[in-house]
Design a protein around this ligand. Sequence first.
Ligand code: HEM
Length: 531
Amino acid sequence: MIGTQPSKCVSAGEPQGTLIHDAAHTQTVLQPTGVRKRGVDGQVRSFEEIPHTGRSGWVNLVKFWREDRFRQLHKHMERTFNAVGPIYREHVGTHSSVNIMLPSDIAELFRSEGLHPRRMTLQPWATHRETRQLSKGVFLKNGEEWRSDRLLLNKEVMMSAPVKRFLPLLDEVAMDFCQMLRARVEREGRGEEGKRSLTMDPSPDLFRFALEASCHVIYGERIGLFSSSPSMESQKFIWAVERMLATTPPLLYLPPRLMLRIGAPLWTQHASAWDHICSHAEARIQKGCQRLSSSQAQGSEAGAAVGQYTGVLGQLMEKRQLSLDLIKANITELMAGGVDTTAVPLQFALFELGRNPEVQERVRQQVRTSWTQAGRDPQKALQGAPLLKGLIKEILRLYPVGTTVQRYPIKDIVLQNYHIPAGTMVQACLYPLGRSAEVFEDPLRFDPGRWGSSREEGQRGEGPGGFRSLAFGFGARQCVGRRIAENEMQLLLMHILLSFHLSVSSSEDIKTTCTLILQPETPPRITFRKL
Ligand code: HEM
């Protein structure tokens, strides 16, 4: 009989598998990864027996700091799963979690999710009034009160009726972006007129695109970021979101006392970034409210403006179901969450299309046919081009913007035959999940078509194809900007594929880094050739 006492501490550099002490042969054997560990007599094992990466959170924190693991968290997780199997515990500073990566375990976790508290990055003692308001309005809320507010918000951003109304706004921005890019390629590119090509880093333009698109949907207003002199305020907003994201991960691991001592500069940068985001949103919201009341006054006089889409802010203001403070808090959060999250996957998408010309051509053929048949109706065009949807899923499988989805189960559960007490923080680790050969066939192949098959469809289902595409999270707390993001990215890629051939000079993998969101270490350069 094999004694099944796993070694307690593992390090990610160890060979593949879990070290198991073989009692009968008094030797240590390597158990292959992914094998379910059974307790003695098939009993559920205790929480303490879950493999872990070191008992002392402080020693781990120092290691993380020294080895810059915060930035390589996704790779660290992948290495650790490869070394120890599909579940492990990690304790870093004040942060403890159980990490999992298999769809069956993730399904079990979501089955027992409650209305869990969100981890706060923003403290109520932040400097500005607006920032404190946001904190109270969104971050500190939980339970039924949060849920009923969220359901009202869902009605404006997640349901098919509002999506139908804001889709043309996103389409307009995507088309303008391509027009601007065509003019730039014509002006700065090489080659004969009409067929010019330009090699460039598109990331600054993609960030501007994401902000322009968000503003159009949220405030119902264009802010002119594709003009020759875009506003400096908007650029500062983009930098503030970047700074807020980059300063978040280390702060999540420090206790408040230590944060005030060694993390003070970080905290100051973090809070001032939030202050900037909040005051930017506050100014926009005020402007939006003024515009709305003047257009309502004109509309009621002239009988116009009735039925005109006024953006998410306008809809929330008109319905008056949320208080003004809550509207402000939610709008600010939508603004903060809506830029990098779409601009970054778009960079990865252009790169993958550039280094996979056959995939690019396949998607383009489908998009062309659909665009023509849809008579340029953007919604019909997207419906007729399922490969675009697959393309987004495929990008987020390989490069998940948020590398984990976190939950605190409300009742005790069993994962990989280990007991997990209610209230434990459990993280579904999306980067190792998306690249696992146990979960995806040929996982490193970029293949948007894989999502059309029945096996990969039905991510909600609990059958063999379920819980594989989780980049937007799951359930009541899933990403509220999901429909905006999916449509915004699909529309931009559709128009780019209709206008340009894409290529890259090297097909080597992009090096990635984690600053709360997963992004390229260096933004890839793309060659755009006019079609
Ligand atoms: C590819 C793009 C995006 C990805 C992958 C993404 C991913 C996520 C994930 C994983 C969560 C947590 C979900 C959970 O715990 O189940 C989340 C929450 C959130 N996202 Fe996104 N997101 C994206 C785009 C956006 C956009 C465009 C916006 C705003 C317009 C946005 C706003 C938010 C907000 C406000 C939350 C918090 C929701 C809540 O707790 O009620 N996201 N997002």
